[in-house]
Design a protein around this ligand. Sequence first.
Ligand code: MCN
Ligand code: FES
Ligand code: FES
Length: 904
Amino acid sequence: MIKRTLQVNGVSRNVVCEPDESLANVLRQNLGLTSVKVGCGTGLCGSCSIIKDGKLTRSCNLKMKRIENRTTVITLEGIGTPGNLHPIQMAWIAYGGAQCGFCSPGFLVSTYALLTSNPKPTREEVRDWFQKNRNACRCTGYKPLVDAVMAAAEVMRGEKTMDDLIFRIPEDGRIWGTKFPRPTAVAKVTGTWDFGADVGLRLPPGTLHCELVQAEVSHANIKSIDVTEAEAVPGVFKVVTHKDVKGKNRITGLITFPSNKGDGWDRPILCDEKVFQYGDAIAIVCADSPKAAKEGAAKVKVELEQLPEYMSAPAAMADDAIEIHPGTPNVYYVQKIAKGPETAPIFDSADVVVEGDYYTQRQPHLPIEPDVGFAYMDEDKLYIHSKSIGVHLHMFMIAPGLGVEPENMVMVQNPTGGTFGYKFSPTMEALVGAAALATGRPVYLNYTYKQQQQYTGKRSPQFTTVRMAATNDGKLLGMETDWTVDHGPYSEFGDLLTLRGAQFIGAGYDIPAIRGEGRTVCTNHCWGAAFRGYGGPEAEFPSEVLMDELAEKLGMDPLELRYKNVYRKGSTTPTGQDPEVYSLPEMIDKVRPKYEAAKKKAAAESTDAIKRGVGVAVAVYGSGLDGPDSAEVDAALNADGSVTIYSTWGDHGQGADMGTLGTAHEALRPLNITPDRIHLVMADTSLAPMAGPAGGSRSQVMVGQATKNACERLVTAMTKPDGTFRTYDEMVAEKLELRHHGKFTAPANDCDENGQGNPFCCYMYGVFLAEVAVEVATGKTTVEAMTMVADIGMVNNFLVTDGQIYGGLAQGIGLALSEDYEDIQKHSTLAGAGFPYIKQIPDNMEIIYVESPRPDGPFGASGVGEIPLCGPHPAIINAIYNACGARIRDLPAYPEKVLAALKG
Ligand code: MCN
Ligand code: FES
Ligand code: FES
């Protein structure tokens, strides 16, 4: 142990700690300064940034033995507090800089250090600074952060006042359709928004720390598990294995379709007979300290018999491949599409036919906050707190495996530092649940970043072949498709994902005849989880690149080919549905002048060394889970006349808080209530009804409608015959219900076995324009500008939707150029997996809204979350071709692939 006296935020503090402990952990654990967040833990994300002796420093990889006495430290707590915000914090609120908020403290401290040394930076200097200091954000696309820095600097130079940054509610009292800051913003920019690891530090004495024993091979039979030596390690309380799990020890994949050849009970909580993928959990060591838990884990002996590892769909589909789940074929689900007349005669007689094979990769979600959670017993109820964005869904998926009745379980979502869909799947919920049940003690588990990468789901790679037939003047006549989804070893949501190929390959265009088939394949690579866009980016990449190939063959401009074929009255979607609005022609009209200007600019600025080009893409995605998706929400009148909304709208960081507040405020406007008098009780199954998971960009539509409905019922109950409103006391005196239940069911129906139906009541539409520069010598692509024309219906909150779009575009750039999780070791860090830092994302990003009111959306809103990630990658790939003639068909377009295509 060592003792140090540090000057922290201007106060002298003594700490006693292990010499090898990190400064970040000491600030958090010993001094309670939990604004210091630990994301990657290895110096790659900047979330732990502090100022040490006047210099910006990442505190996670700084050992205490290297810290001298009287070292001065400034953390976010020393910069501003909720009652006394610093201009940088105020600017972060005003520009929507905090979505999930996990990166915010690190960025704010970093900005403070920058503006102290350079009070008047240019935007490029701000970007250079964040790049150099490795400040990573996965949510915002960075542009709003640079906007915030520039505004804060103006206030600090006295050119603007704090007052200029404060949002003013318009005179009509409405916040719907404005940039009202989200209610959690102040907590997020002051480091007081407690994420799972922050609450984890304050769990009661006796809480056990969990360490996982994980598989280091991808496919094996388990011969034996010996925990004797591990349980003898001082401080180890118990090693939990499958023998301690009282239920079925399986997480149910909730098979969606009867033709699925699996039964959905394929994912073990703790491996018993087999290991199905690298990182699978075999045992949980529960100990008094993290150190003892680690020591114990190293002593668990697992005897394995290795089996052939099928690390891709073609390998698992080979004739000699054994069944990964004995009894279920590796190809366990087939989805057909058949729309309109047979395609064969159409292709035989068409003027033009084009065809291409495409691949979209195993994109990792890369949230800055790694997975974290805890569990405990409250009398006879099991409580699990995690990053779940579907608390009820996950309860039903894990309860039978744990052997607990759902009514004896409570699931709570912790404030969450981004998920991007990986938390549509349960991750550690069942593990901490099993450990709490087996030990009877509270248990806590925090993944390292490596575990985050290796043992949470990823986007399922997809191999897609598309053929299109058209007339000489560019009218699409038919399409044939074939797609194969590598879904990893666990079937959950794999069949539904495969259906997305039928629904969205070629979406956006009036294609009268379609035939095709897709399949879901079990492999031993990382399990397939939902990832923002869920099948949309996989489906629309092939058809959007092929549209460009068709345009070239026809000698047409790619934008005009799209314009000719997009949905208009009389068109139907690939599932045969009438679109709910026909805004694509107007959207293309809006982008055309920019597109023409961008083409001229690219031609003028191309050199022999740097080729510039422009690409476009159209994207469409559904808001909702398929068919009659539904949600429930409560609204209650409080004694002081305020209203509380009870909702389980899960918050990845996208803004369930603002979504709920904006919708409820609009619905409660007859009461003339101010937003501060609407309280939110969110994401706890014991307190709020089932709103459904925050996936499929469904929540603004489904949960929004249920929220509206609950509020309207409350307003109706409060309305007196003369049109005025009852007070709380009058409601009580008249024995009227104070809490009202709202419900919504989407007017939609499931697709049939041919992929035909009306699966979504609301869609989102996007037109994307990418401007790129390709370095001819290296093949390196830089995206210099991105534009998105978005029709997401009427907008609840522009600060939120702008942020959703910039963030989604940034992830689309990563998908196009750098992100992958194929190499289990190399891709298990942020940098190794191709995380886009600020200089990979252009500062030049523009959003153009076309707001077509949706008949079935609350106040005309559709969703937004996923559409910005459905189209950037084909636009970028088309732009690369336009720049230099290199056609990339498998992602990501690493420089060496572009170079090879250039040479080819
Ligand atoms: N919104 C709005 N006006 C509209 C539509 C939506 O103001 N017309 C707002 C909503 O109020 C909400 C947000 O935009 O705050 C997203 O709404 P919606 O599209 O309904 O999506 P969900 O709330 O269901 O969120 C899920 C969606 C998905 S599926 C993923 S994955 C995702 C995403 O949103 N992951 C995210 N956005 C993310 N953003 C962040 N920062 N982090 C993630 O992990
Ligand atoms: Fe320290 Fe990521 S850089 S936690
Ligand atoms: Fe930056 Fe979420 S707001 S990571």
